[in-house]
Ligand binder design. Sequence first.
Ligand code: 3PG
Length: 392
Amino acid sequence: LDDLLSEGVKGRRVLLRADLNVPLDGDKITDDGRIRAVLPTLNALREAGARVTVVSHLGRPKGEPDPKYTLQPVANRLGELLGKPVAFATDTVGESARAAVAGLGDGDVALLENLRFNKGETSKDEAERGGFAAQLAEFADVYVDDAFGAVHRKHASVFDVAALLPRYTGGLVQRELDVLSKLTGDPERPYVVILGGSKVSDKLAVIEALLPKVDKLLIGGGMCFTFLKAQGHEVGKSLLQDEMVATCADLLARGGGKIVLPVDVVTADKFAADAKTQVVAADAIPAEELGLDIGPESVTLFAQAVESAKTVFWNGPMGVFELAPFAAGTRGVAEAITKIDGFSVVGGGDSAAAVRALGIPEDGFSHISTGGGASLEFLEGKALPGITALEA
Ligand code: 3PG
């Protein structure tokens, strides 16, 4: 981005790929963190007089317009945050988009409708993706990628379009890469990783990659029950991935004591905010109950493991934090991380949303990533198509 700014961008048309995939409740944005994260890049471009066309995906529509996934609420919020209206195009590469782009003056911003309303965006067919990328490229003189959350996707707006225009790395993407590289390089020890979330299968690759590197790997969230089952415990009606039990047993055997599991859990008679709850030992979960959070002793255990860490990476809530009776585990672990005298990174997605939803000060962490899957794939050491395309 600095290169582009120093070349001069006044009057030039910039296609800015952002990740404005924010959580919504109806048409209400419940966490605008990803919109705020792109503001520095957007403001730098505007102040330099660029004519900026912002593009993003939202959710996973099926390649055609779907009102549930319109970016209109995002355009409104973006306008509020910028303190000036954002022209919103009701299509991505049609009449409305052409008019919005043509109407841009120096320093103006337009947002086009959801990229994924077009089959070409996510197509596996290169020609189809390329065709859509070419339509996007017509709107701009240069391309800036600031969508860190989407760099792991080989999509038209992330990968193919970068080959069609002069390409630049956005400030947010650069910052994310700089920070996350500290974790893949030689992190200061002790290095503690905390993983949560519902499925072991989603985290298996990152567990495999991190296990040799970390001093401790703490596991909470829905995925801990498959590990508890692998230890020979019954987990009642808790979330369980039967097909992963043997894999978890193998990881525990190979982990050499690095993997730490909850010692108690908060169980409930149903998945609801008004459920009857109890705290039980992790090896004594009643058959009719389901575990929805780690218990208080586990929070203490995890907090002790984190206390002396010099590097911490956390991804995935410890429980169903959206429901008050099951938020204490996530809150306790997050607060413990904010107290360390070291470098702490929150891997985006649900954990970043949890930090903000629980009102935990964001400046308590060294970095809150905007990438969920992207930050995990980066830590796995995978090549990220969006980055490869910028480097080509
Ligand atoms: C995310 O939320 O992780 C990114 O916006 C990517 O979304 P996707 O998983 O639907 O590609």
